[in-house]
Design a protein around this ligand. Structure first.
Ligand SMILES: [Zn+2]
Ligand SMILES: [Zn+2]
Length: 372
């Protein structure tokens, strides 16, 4: 460590006034608020420490005998420093603004957002997912302390652990003493002389991990599920933020959603519509038997109870509603055409005519095609 007399540029027999004058001169030049350079900050620390020791008759005597109780002096309270400020700025600068404390390195981590895409089937039944998330986790090397193992933070020489420095500012109202975060320790009150190499002194590292989640049935696109405490770990091992999963539901090629109901179109050939039939459809639950009565019409809606979506709150499943669409044959061979003509002759069907518009179903079918 540099000799305190050399640091201040005074002789070994300098008077206390000489020492104070030397310190004031150097402090004006090197104080971090005046001179933001890193070299200056380092020198200012040395100068301040030298002054702390040499301005105290007891410490100076001990130093002259070869003992430099540097850390004892630094940790011994703020007296020396506020004295300096009073000397330097002409009083008024106490040991720190009332209530001001150094800020903590430990802070709560940020929330994290992950988007997941579900299939409609997952929405009907709920689904278990293991998702990979990249977030900050506690550094294993230093357990969040930010320090190389075996070392620890030391009290900041500049603010003596308060995290604040004071300075006098001229204003229209006269000279005002303001308190600012200490620029040497960034307001923490301590510095880390040997930062952990793994995390560069951040106390946390980025890592990929797997989060398991049970997505409940009935969720909707855009919904965010909150997993408290599963977000980013904070600086210096601070508490975790929350993890949010934003749900996106991929469009299904067959089924669409209407609240807790599922909608689909059932295409029925003309002969089946005329004669009726027994069929099996593939719902999201698996096969469902369906009876089509003879003479079923386009626009008829068949409701299959309880084959819809389980609501997010509640257990009563919605229904599966199937809109019938009779498919008119478009390519008939000669024989088929003759049969239809014979049918027309026999049944003498009414000519095309107007009736009431089937608002409900057509609206739904239209929506389905637009959304689907
Ligand atoms: Zn670390
Ligand atoms: Zn400081």
């Amino acid at each position: 460590m540099a000799d305190h007399y050399e640091v201040l540029g005074v002789a070994r027999d300098a008077s206390s006034d000489d020492i104070k004058r030397a310190y004031r001169r150097l402090a004006r030049e090197l104080h971090p608020d005046v001179n933001p350079g890193e070299d200056a900050a380092e020198r200012f620390k040395l100068v301040t420490h030298a002054y702390d020791v040499l301005s105290d008759p007891d410490q100076r005597a001990r130093y002259d005998m070869g003992g430099d109780n540097a850390f004892g002096a630094a940790a011994g309270g703020f007296g020396g420093f506020s004295d300096i400020f009073e000397t330097f700025f002409g009083g008024g600068a106490g040991g720190g603004p009332r209530g001001a404390r150094p800020r903590s390195r430990r802070e709560r981590g940020q929330d994290a957002l992950v988007r997941i895409t579900l299939e409609l089937k997952d929405v009907v039944f709920g689904v278990h997912r293991d998702i990979e998330v990249d977030t900050a986790v506690v550094c294993e090397t230093c357990s969040g302390s930010c320090c190389r193992p075996g070392t620890s933070p030391v009290t900041c020489d500049i603010c003596h652990g308060t995290g604040h420095v004071q300075r006098q500012v001229r204003s229209l109202l006269g000279n005002v003493v303001t308190s600012q975060p200490c620029s040497v320790c960034q307001g923490y009150g301590t510095t880390i002389p040997y930062p952990c190499a793994t995390c560069q002194g951040q106390g946390r590292v980025r890592s990929r991990r797997t989060v398991s989640i049970d997505v409940p049935a009935g969720v909707e696109s855009g919904l965010r599920l909150q997993l408290p405490g599963s977000g980013e770990v904070g600086p210096a091992g601070g508490p975790n933020g929350d993890l949010y999963l934003e749900v996106n539901i991929a469009p299904d090629p067959v089924f669409s959603r209407d609240g807790d109901d599922l909608l689909a179109t059932l295409e029925v050939s003309m002969p089946d519509a005329i004669l009726g039939t027994h069929t099996t459809i593939e719902s999201l639950d698996g096969p469902v038997d369906l009876e089509l009565r003879a003479g079923v019409q386009s626009g008829d809606v068949l409701t299959i109870k309880g084959r819809g979506i389980t609501p997010l709150r509640g257990s009563q499943r919605g229904d599966l509603r199937v809109g019938v669409q009779v498919v008119t044959p478009t390519r008939l061979d000669h024989r088929e055409r003759a049969l239809i003509e014979e049918l027309a002759k026999r049944t003498k069907p009414a000519p095309p005519h107007l009736s009431e518009f089937h608002q409900g179903l057509f609206a739904k079918l239209r929506d389905r095609f637009r959304n689907g």
